[in-house]
Ligand binder design. Structure first.
Ligand SMILES: O=C(O)CCC(=O)C(=O)O
Ligand SMILES: [Fe+2]
Length: 541
């Protein structure tokens, strides 16, 4: 469900219905409880009159009749009147919302999305927690104070995200999130103790003011958070701090065997480290799966707009109105920006489609969307590398689709008829949705398209939406970051003139921070373009 914003948007309507159903239930429940209350009151009154009075009501025929009637039916009716609607409510929830609700796995992935955004955009955890995730990002769309309050994370949520990092073997971030969640738990303990103290003073009871008023659940949460923290510190090689944390956990539950064993183990490890001077801190975990390599580090820096092309390369970039000598484009030449002139040339065309056309394409795709996969014709898998939903549109699906295909032909000077292209691929990214660095062409082994269509020669990527933050398209070799510009089209060559894949065409879709990013890809193939883009004389040309 997290894999596309359009699916997440549907959840809003589901929750709207849930709120409606619950409000109705509560209203009826209140009146039912109210009538139960007055029934119980009456019964109690009559009971007192039967027990205490000189003339017991039960000796009176009407009193006896009422007692028998109450016990033979009224009580059952009232108990049922409370019980039955509750089961109906649960049954309705289970049947009406079955299949529409996200799973625990969805929740876990959503927590991962927050971690990914934190990592890629180097966001401050405290800003994320306080509902100000966009601080430090280039956006003017900052939430108001009411929204900020609604976006504030609670200690349980912070703990859940920490556990997500932990499960990812990302102990560095697990430590950060666990520290925050424990700090919050402790701050809340202080306020609660103060409130309890005030309450007891009000009641004139100062003796038991600091007595443990026992919210066991909360204590368990902290105990468990401390265990996670201790282990994460240990995995990071921070033995002394890990020991201190385990001791703190032990003070909450001195009889806990696992914690006591961990303390002994850590003390032993610290002693031997002092003796031999070498701390075995296991392997240093990586932030998220593949972030350790240079390619990923560069990808993330480009997503943050931190890298620019070399100055000499930048100086040769230009902006022009392009008509390719074509009469259609002469009437309204397209504003074009060349973002890289080295191979592969990367060009951004502004306003290649209209808002209405973009909307039509999105509407046509919505019923056909499925989770994107990566791979080739032999094996395709769902993966965090590409978090989105996609649909394929035929030219004949809508007049707009064929019109746009033709327009891409005019803009690129390439053959974009159905025999030289793939269908239009429409994509909607999900929560933290991204597409990690990849090439669009297929290698010889992958053999996706056969000899007539040939390999993907050029990519024409159109942005069908804006986003509030994140989601740029980046080229880690060319050092180019292309922000999402609604209705613009991005063109780059995937192959060298020789037909070999151009490794420099490496590119990626950065994680979307805020917003719903829609794109449409038109892949133009070699077949039918032999004379439009001629072979070079050297394999590297
Ligand atoms: O979303 C982007 O900006 C890049 C998408 C992409 O590279 C692809 O779909 O092949
Ligand atoms: Fe791509």
């Amino acid at each position: 469900m997290y894999s596309s914003m359009s699916r997440l948007e549907k959840l809003v309507a589901v929750e709207e219905k849930l709120v409606e159903m619950s409000k109705e239930f509560l209203k009826e429940e209140k009146s039912r409880l109210h009538s139960l209350e007055s029934f119980v009151e009456t019964a109690e009154q009559q009971l007192q009159m039967s027990v205490n009075k000189s003339m017991s009501l039960v000796h009176h025929p009407v009193g006896a009749y009422l007692l028998v009637k109450r016990l033979s039916s009224d009580w059952l009716q009232h108990v049922k009147s409370v019980y039955q609607p509750l089961t109906d409510f649960v049954n309705r929830y289970n049947s009406e919302y079955h299949g529409q609700l996200p799973s625990a796995e969805d929740a876990e992935w959503s927590a991962h999305a927050i971690l990914r955004l934190q990592e890629v955009y180097q966001l401050d955890i405290r800003n994320i927690i306080s509902g100000q995730m966009e601080l430090g990002l280039s956006t003017n769309n900052v939430p108001g104070s009411m929204e900020q309050n609604a976006l504030r994370l609670k200690r349980e949520d912070i703990f859940a995200i920490a556990k997500g990092a932990y499960r990812n073997n990302d102990y560095r971030n697990a430590v950060k999130w666990l520290n925050e969640s424990i700090q919050l738990m402790e701050a809340e303990e202080v306020t609660e103790n103060r409130e309890n103290l005030e309450e007891s003073e009000d009641a004139g009871d100062t003796s038991g003011a600091l007595r443990y008023k026992g919210n066991v659940k909360k204590e368990n949460l902290k105990f468990s958070a401390l265990q996670y923290l201790g282990y994460s510190l240990y995995k990071q090689g921070d033995l002394e701090d890990a020991l201190a944390i385990y001791k703190k956990a032990s003070s909450l539950d001195p009889k806990h065997d696992e914690v006591r064993d961990s303390i002994k183990l850590l003390q032993r490890k610290i002693r031997s480290a002092n003796m031999f001077g070498n701390v075995n801190n296991d392997e240093h975990p990586r932030p998220w799966a593949s972030a350790s390599n240079a390619k990923m580090i560069k990808y993330m820096a480009l997503c943050r707009h931190e890298l620019k092309p070399r100055p000499d390369v930048q100086a040769r970039l230009k902006c022009r109105y392009q008509s390719n000598g074509n009469p259609y484009l002469l009437l309204g030449p397209v504003k074009t920006e060349v973002l890289s002139r080295k191979k592969p040339e990367i060009t951004l065309f502004y306003d290649v489609i209209t808002d209405e056309e973009a909307q039509t394409i999105k509407n046509r795709s919505l019923p056909k969307m499925f989770r994107s996969r990566i791979g080739n014709s032999f094996s395709e898998v769902e993966s965090h590398i590409r978090i989105s939903q996609q649909a394929w549109l035929h030219d004949k699906d809508d007049e707009v689709v064929s019109r746009v295909s033709k327009r891409i032909g005019l803009l690129t000077g390439l053959n974009t008829t159905p025999t030289s292209t793939e269908l239009l691929q429409v994509l909607n990214y999900g929560l933290g949705g991204q597409y990690e660095p990849h090439h669009d062409y297929m290698t010889a082994e992958e053999k996706m398209w056969g000899t007539i269509l040939g390999n993907r020669m050029a990519t024409f990527l159109m942005y069908l939406s804006d986003v509030t933050a994140g989601g740029a398209t980046v080229f880690p070799v060319a050092n180019v970051t292309v922000p999402v510009v609604k209705n613009a089209g991005l063109l780059f060559m995937d192959l060298l003139r020789s037909g070999r894949g151009d490794v420099n065409s490496l590119h990626a879709g950065c994680p979307v921070v805020i917003g719903s990013k829609w794109i449409a890809n038109k892949w133009i193939h070699e077949g039918g373009n032999e004379f439009r883009r001629k072979c070079g004389l050297s394999p590297n040309e």
